[in-house]
Design a protein around this ligand. Structure first.
Ligand code: BGP
Length: 473
């Protein structure tokens, strides 16, 4: 059933956009910043990692937000953003990750970003760790496989809460924490190649991240009492390929593998289905009593990315599905983007309901959007992009957000992904664009870095101005 009259988004609904430090900032070796795992991933997760920084890594300069943040935030303000989600580069604050003292120059940069946001009345939403673990922690400790990372992360989070806690209300502990098993180097700084990694080590790394996340929540309660702490998961509704009970069970089990992260963050303990899975794999995790106590520090809200849905089957004949880090079985009923991500606006309503029913925590949609190639054209002397395809994608997804609001789901806000063109995470391309603002930079690194509002810029401005009433149903 679809609601026919325009939904009233709550007056407090936060509209905005989202980015991540490694994909937007550039200045990879300036301001005392150390290297992160991203500095040796010039091809994203689809290519091999390199021994050190290489000239073909677009993230090294990205779109130079490090120097142009004031201009970019002014453009966000022009669209009427009420919130901007960005991440803090861990290696700007702790260049190697295991130092005792933070890098003041790195901290001062984010002070300046926050000043600019405050000037425009934009609420910051800060991701503490977004796929940018300091490289030293990967190479010396094997990333999150090591329990030592919990302490380093606690120190890092404490510094952030102490410094920015009075200015930042909304915090996310780990970007897409459930991607760890799929992309161990990017997501968990795990240096051991995936094919040589013992499954037990991967699950141990997952446990360490979950403990660190809960510990950050505990620390925030002391250092930043007005902060709201959220977890962040990659959401992907999974449909049975056929109505057979076996396919329904395949969906349930695939769902469990994703939902366990939100379950732990909201309930404070591991669910039985997960313990069963470990038992059946004969994996005995090192979980201390102190870990168990830490996990009881549950989050205030749940945030998630949503790009696509997928299907599942019990059959061994699965076909191959491309997707946002986690693959699955292609759904024959859905179209796909140029990068093979299947487009499914209704899936967003389903996921919102599923998460709300399951966790009863306010939800924040912190990533959603269409990666597409854009063509810069000149209309009446003004350079722009006529991105009707992006407008259609966002419109249809936001209509489903309205449906979920009608369903009674509590939603804090919506930040579309890559609100200005940035380097893609999976393929490290600039040509996979999500933004309302076109950035003149190409995959070969050429371009002036000039910014041009696209047609969607004006469309989104109107959506925000009318608080969703201008959406077409
Ligand atoms: C998510 C990541 C983002 C982002 C987005 C789009 O998985 O959290 O960092 O980039 O996906 O993916 P891509 O950039 O590969 O198109």
């Amino acid at each position: 059933m679809t609601h026919s009259t325009p939904t009233l988004f709550p007056a407090t609904f936060l509209w905005g956009g989202a980015t991540a430090a490694n994909q937007i900032e550039g200045a990879y070796n300036q301001g005392g910043k150390g290297l992160s795992v991203q500095d040796v991933m010039p091809r994203g997760i689809v290519g091999p990692r390199t021994d050190g920084p290489t000239p073909d890594n677009l993230k090294h300069e990205a779109i130079d937000f490090y120097h142009r943040y004031a201009e970019d935030i002014a453009l966000f303000a022009e669209m009427g953003f009420g919130v901007y989600r960005f991440s803090i580069a861990w290696s700007r604050i702790f260049p190697r990750g295991d130092e005792a003292e933070p890098n003041e120059e790195g901290l001062a940069f984010y002070d300046r970003v926050l000043d600019e946001l405050e000037k425009h009345g934009i609420e910051p939403l800060v991701t503490i760790s977004h796929y940018e673990t300091p490289l030293h922690l990967a190479e010396t400790y094997d990333g999150w496989v090591s329990r030592d990372l919990i302490g380093f992360y606690e120190r890092y989070a404490s510094v952030l809460f102490a410094r920015y806690g009075a200015r930042v209300k909304y915090w996310l502990t780990f970007n897409e924490i459930n991607s760890l098993l799929h992309a161990p180097f990017m997501s968990g700084g795990i240096n051991t190649p995936k094919d040589q990694l013992a499954e037990k080590d991967l699950y141990q790394a997952m446990h360490h991240e979950l403990v660190a996340s809960a510990s950050a929540t505990r620390i925030a309660r002391e250092l930043a009492p007005s902060a709201q702490i959220g977890c962040m998961v990659l959401s992907m509704p999974i449909y049975p390929l056929t109505p057979s009970p076996e396919d329904a069970v395949a969906v349930m089990e695939a769902d469990h593998a994703n939902l366990v992260y939100g379950d732990v963050h909201t309930r404070g303990e591991y669910p039985g289905y997960f313990l069963r899975a470990l038992r059946e794999k004969s994996i005995n995790l090192d979980i201390t009593d102190e870990d168990r106590a830490t996990l009881t520090n549950t989050v205030d809200f749940v945030s998630f990315s949503y790009y696509m849905s997928i299907a599942e089957t019990s059959s061994t004949d699965r076909g191959t599905g491309e997707g946002n880090i986690m693959g699955g079985v292609p759904n024959p009923t859905l179209p796909a983007s140029e990068w093979g991500w299947q487009i499914d606006p209704i899936g967003l309503r389903i996921v919102l309901n599923q998460f709300w029913d399951r966790w009863q925590k306010p939800l924040f949609i912190v990533e959603n959007g269409l990666g597409a190639r854009d063509e810069l054209v000149e209309i009446d002397g003004v350079k722009t992009v006529v991105d009707d395809y992006r407008i259609a994608y966002l419109n249809d997804h936001l209509v489903q957000v309205g449906e979920a609001l009608e369903d009674g789901v509590q939603i804090l806000g919506y930040t579309s992904w890559g609100c200005i063109d940035i380097v893609s995470a999976s393929t490290a391309q600039l040509s996979k664009r999500y933004g309302f603002i076109y950035v003149d930079r190409n995959d070969d690194g050429t371009g002036s870095l000039a910014r041009y509002p696209k047609k969607s810029f004006h469309w989104y401005t109107e959506v925000i101005r009318t608080n969703g009433a201008s959406l077409s149903r």
